[in-house]
Write a protein that binds this ligand. Structure first.
Ligand SMILES: C[S@@+](CC[C@H](N)C(=O)[O-])C[C@H]1O[C@@H](n2cnc3c(N)ncnc32)[C@H](O)[C@@H]1O
Length: 189
């Protein structure tokens, strides 16, 4: 699997690596039943399951779902914008490795996740480093013989407050994981 952008090219091998110490910081923020949105080969779905967290990975790519299951994670081939199991009851939606870009409209994605989450739930999202310009574009997904073109955005740390606010959420935590950045979003109280 790879995502091809004018600026980025990501390979499945990159996502197949085991969860590392920095991922652990991200995973520690996944509270309660967790939906791993765009789980890829499932390294984080499997890591959460190993921690005893109830977790479901969803992905639009068959091969990604198969790999997630192979490593012991529960996964469904499902578009996040389609009907999902447990709508309105998930406590965390995980958007790891830039997945806040899924759909090419980050506000629409976060609004969709508010439907999927319990009203007291949270989004744990990895965003791009400071200084990264906002990009709304197309991406090519490849996994084995499977290939599909999807809408894709890049959202950086400077953009996420505005994007969250437009979707009715607020940034309640911002953490740096080595060279990576994670935010936690919740409905304002
Ligand atoms: C950057 S990879 C992230 C992989 C994984 N989260 C990780 O960190 O190891 C993006 C994944 O999102 C999936 N994806 C893209 N659009 C999607 C959609 N609309 N619904 C569900 N998954 C989607 C892709 O198939 C791909 O596996």
């Amino acid at each position: 699997m790879s995502i091809d952008l004018p600026l980025h090219r990501l390979h499945l091998d990159h996502w197949d690596r085991p969860a590392d110490e920095d991922d652990g910081v991200l995973l520690a923020r996944c509270v309660g039943p967790t939906l791993d949105v765009g789980c890829g080969p499932g390294r984080l779905t499997a890591a959460l399951a190993e921690r005893g967290v109830v977790v479901l990975g969803i992905d639009v790519v068959h091969g990604a779902v198969d790999r997630t299951r192979d490593r012991g994670g529960a996964a469904l081939r499902r578009d996040v914008f389609d009907t999902l199991p447990g709508e309105g009851r998930w406590e965390t939606a995980l958007l790891a490795d830039g997945n806040v870009g899924i759909g090419g409209d980050p506000v629409a994605l976060l609004e969709r996740l508010r439907e999927v989450l319990d009203p007291r739930g949270r989004v744990v999202a990895e965003v791009a480093a400071p200084g990264t310009p906002h990009v709304d574009d197309w991406a090519t997904l490849e996994c084995g013989g499977e290939q599909q073109v999807i809408r894709w955005s890049v959202v950086g740390t400077e953009d996420i407050d505005r994007v969250a606010l437009e979707a009715g959420l607020a940034v309640i935590e911002r953490v740096q994981l080595g060279e990576r950045w994670c935010v936690v979003l919740e409905e304002p109280t």
